[in-house]
Design a protein around this ligand. Structure first.
Ligand SMILES: Cc1ncc(C[n+]2csc(CCOP(=O)(O)OP(=O)(O)O)c2C)c(N)n1
Ligand SMILES: [Mg+2]
Length: 378
């Protein structure tokens, strides 16, 4: 299985071609920071991370259920199993940073602060959804959160994310207050041309961007080592002298720390980089995929690594929260998701008169016989 190369150390890193030129961690000759321990993070913050992970888990389970009840149409991809990666990455991002992501993005929207009701309403195609019901599961968008989508085309987010980083560099200089871009993608996505074109330009122009590869071991049903000639994906920037680091995507604190380091290099040194989070998905590619290609023993092994109960147990064991508090957090997550479903159910569908709004640059009447450029009826 591709993820047999799961990071043995929590962070591995590779510097640029010339190690003396600086990079992101152990590979660049600088000392890597010691791993973040529970004691380094305030208890309330840790409980907050668990709350977010549990919210994502509860939300995705209900989304799956709602899909089977035909409340949700189109495609629907879940973050089940990836919650530590989701929350760790979002914890490192500032509200002023820009996030470009994939079709597997419900959790990112929630952890970025989107109200669960608006996210669920979008999945239901309702007018109260974060994209007013026009986008659905794969196209969550919220400019106020600098959540720039939600892309259904594999890799479609990479060029616009790189362009956003160019805009930031064009408008202002580097420094600790600089904005930065985080561009998420899956492991399979690293084989499309736009990934390489974008990395080349980002490195040439020194853009403030972090390309995060969420390596869940599979692109649909294809394992990483059958799709990528260099399956250690954090090394794939080497042709562009772009540093990369690999982190255990099941460890929320390690993910946060690695993402902060990468974002700091982007802000302060205009050093773009790759961060590979080795993660996994608990279920199939999308809710309709039974994942029969995954051997039973492998599915069981992955379930035993589930980051949500693991982080809960770690916090209880360390005395950060007791069992009663943990149970309360669990119940609150379920309640928030139940509220979200009610909100989505009670919301109206968009008015059919809006069907073509924002689909074309020029006004097009809502009639199938008209195309952009046709003269508008008087
Ligand atoms: C350009 C394009 N080609 C193919 C697809 C079909 N497709 C959707 S997801 C996917 C696999 C992507 O795998 P990965 O990048 O590992 O992301 P993951 O789904 O594992 O998060 C493919 C081939 C698509 N949506 N767009
Ligand atoms: Mg994948």
């Amino acid at each position: 299985m591709a993820n047999s190369s799961r990071a043995s150390a929590r962070v591995e890193a590779q510097g640029r071609g010339d190690k003396s030129q600086g990079g992101l961690g152990a590979g660049d000759g600088r000392r890597a920071a010691p791993p973040l321990a529970l004691a380094d993070v305030p208890a309330e913050v840790l409980v907050g991370y668990y709350r977010q992970m549990k919210l994502v888990r509860a939300f995705e389970l209900r989304a799956s259920e709602m899909y089977t009840k035909a409340k949700i149409g189109g495609y629907c991809h879940l973050n089940l199993g990836e919650e530590a990666t989701v929350v760790g990455l979002m914890a490192a991002l500032r509200p002023t940073d820009y996030l470009f992501t994939t079709y597997r993005e419900h959790g990112y929207a929630l952890a970025r602060g989107a109200p669960p009701g608006r996210v669920m309403a979008e999945l239901f195609g309702k007018a109260t959804g974060s994209s007013r019901g026009w986008g659905g599961s794969m196209h969550l968008f919220d400019a106020s959160l600098r959540l720039m989508g939600g892309y259904g085309i594999v890799g479609g987010q990479i060029p616009p994310a790189t362009g956003a980083a160019l805009a930031i560099a064009y408008r202002s200089g580097p420094g600790p207050d600089s904005e930065a871009v985080m561009c998420l993608m899956g492991d399979g996505t690293t084989n499309i041309g736009a990934f390489h074109e974008s990395l080349n330009l980002a490195a040439l122009w020194r853009l403030p961007i972090v390309y995060v590869i969420v390596n869940n071991g599979l692109g649909m049903g294809t394992p990483v080592d059958q799709a990528s000639a260099e399956p250690e994906l954090y090394k794939r920037g080497c042709a562009y002298r772009m540093p990369g680091a690999r982190v255990d995507g099941c460890d929320v604190l390690a993910v946060r720390q690695a993402a902060e380091a990468a974002l700091s290099a982007a802000r302060n040194d205009r050093q773009p980089s790759i961060l590979e989070a080795v993660s996994y998905r608990l279920r199939g590619h999308s809710v309709v995929d039974p994942a029969r290609y995954r051997p039973k023993e492998e599915a069981e092994r992955l379930r035993s690594l589930d980051p949500v109960p693991a982080f809960r147990a770690r916090l209880v064991q360390a005395g950060v929260m007791d069992e009663a508090r943990a149970a309360q957090v669990d119940a609150e997550a379920d309640e928030a998701v139940a509220d979200a479903v009610r909100f989505a159910e009670d919301s109206p569908f968009p008015d059919p008169s809006q069907l073509f709004d924002h689909a074309y640059a020029t006004a097009v009447p809502n009639a199938p016989s008209y195309l952009p450029g046709d003269p508008l009826p008087a």
